[in-house]
Write a protein that binds this ligand. Structure first.
Ligand SMILES: NC(=O)c1ccc[n+]([C@@H]2O[C@H](COP(=O)([O-])OP(=O)(O)OC[C@H]3O[C@@H](n4cnc5c(N)ncnc54)[C@H](OP(=O)(O)O)[C@@H]3O)[C@@H](O)[C@H]2O)c1
Length: 336
């Protein structure tokens, strides 16, 4: 059994991770870290039938852990990762701290100096379907953001297969409220979310850099992305619709076939037949990504719609999928 610990267990992704890990056949949950120690986690989550108490991170707990999942805010996560990494432990970080390859980009995007830049080169970006070989030996996994997961899985096949240009990509994405974490803010109050929808951080959201970086690293083509996120009145789920300029005239069936072939054999990615579109309700509670592929024949725009559960494929599910690869388990262990 692999000894796993979780930091930030009281947050949304921490809760989802605990749910997945508690039914995982090959892991033993060792330590659940919080800034507030001594809380019975079974009291926080009544479905978690265990006497485990929350703890602060200690040298003993680090020694006792094979892999730690960090469900912490960015900038808080990197120093904690460094403690585990310097003790030779493996880390799956759900925050944004190790996703960007350059400390200068991190400063530009997050507005602060990177807390531990020396570890950036070590991090493997954990978009599982595209990084399996590197994940096997990774000591540090930078788990992708929720929007980047939905958008990249929709964009990459078209760019890699030369179906569309990498420039002029538009991603219009909508997320349920849990994407923002448990924090309190005026915009996230029930009265401001219920029966309401709004765009935010239009064309300047932090995830744009992460998405552009990965399109470039995976395809070798420099992208230009316009990214517009929206908050929608549901608890969880992301729907991302991406628009790409095709290089030649193509038909719906052909484009859907290219995507279908690209993801053939993938357990968690399915491509719907041309003419069908996915909905968030179809993936909530699962690690699945569902894609709908269509072409607007008048404008030659390829339109790919992607749905995920932001807390599972967009966070904790993909984190466990990555851990499964790191430890040589069936990729779907605990997830199917
Ligand atoms: N929500 C999503 O859909 C999603 C998807 C992908 C990635 N992520 C990323 O995953 C990480 C966790 O996200 P989340 O949604 O689970 O966040 P969250 O609900 O706000 O939980 C974060 C947890 O971090 C702990 N924490 C430690 N230091 C903190 C500090 N200074 N301020 C606030 N909390 C602190 C808190 O636990 P204690 O109070 O117990 O210490 C808190 O429960 C974030 O970096 C987020 O960007 C989130």
């Amino acid at each position: 059994m692999v000894k796993v610990s979780v930091a930030g267990v009281r947050g949304f992704t921490g809760e989802e991770l605990l749910r997945i890990l508690s039914r995982h056949p090959f892991v033993e949950i060792k330590h659940l870290f919080s800034r507030e120690k001594g809380l019975r986690v079974g009291d926080i989550y009544p479905w978690f039938k265990s006497e485990i108490l929350t703890e602060n991170i200690s040298a003993k707990a680090i020694g006792d852990t094979d892999v730690v999942f960090l469900c912490l805010p960015h900038t808080e996560s990197a120093p904690v990762a460094a403690k585990f990494l310097s003790a030779g432990k493996r880390v799956v970080d759900l925050s944004a701290d190790f996703r960007l390859k350059s400390a200068a980009d991190y400063k530009n995007v997050y507005g602060v100096r990177h807390p531990c830049p020396s570890y950036l080169a070590k991090a493997v970006y954990g978009l599982t379907e595209f990084r399996r070989d590197e994940l096997k030996d990774a000591q540090l996994v930078a788990n992708p953001g929720c929007y980047p997961t939905a958008v990249l899985i929709a964009v990459l096949p078209a760019v890699i297969k030369g179906l569309a240009t990498a420039t002029d990509i538009i991603a219009d994405a909508k997320s349920g409220v849990s994407g923002a974490g448990r924090k309190l803010s005026n915009e996230l109050l029930f009265s401001n979310v219920y029966e309401n929808a709004r765009a935010y951080q239009v064309a300047r959201h932090r995830h744009r850099s992460e998405i552009e970086q990965e399109i470039f690293l995976v395809s070798g083509r420099r992208p230009v992305l316009t990214f517009v996120p929206h908050l929608i009145p549901q608890k969880r789920g992301i729907i991302a619709t991406v628009y790409l300029k095709t290089k030649a005239r193509v038909k719906d069936d052909f484009a859907a076939a290219v995507y279908g072939k690209f993801y053939r054999g993938e357990k968690f990615v399915s491509v719907l037949p041309a003419g069908r579109q996915p909905a968030t309700a179809e993936v909530i509670g699962t690690n699945d990504v569902r894609l709908g592929v269509a072409v607007d024949a008048r404008s030659n725009i390829l339109i790919v719609t992607s749905v995920i559960d932001n807390l599972i494929k967009g966070a904790s599910g993909q984190a466990v999928q990555n851990m499964n690869i790191m430890f040589g388990f069936d990729e779907a262990a605990g997830l199917a």
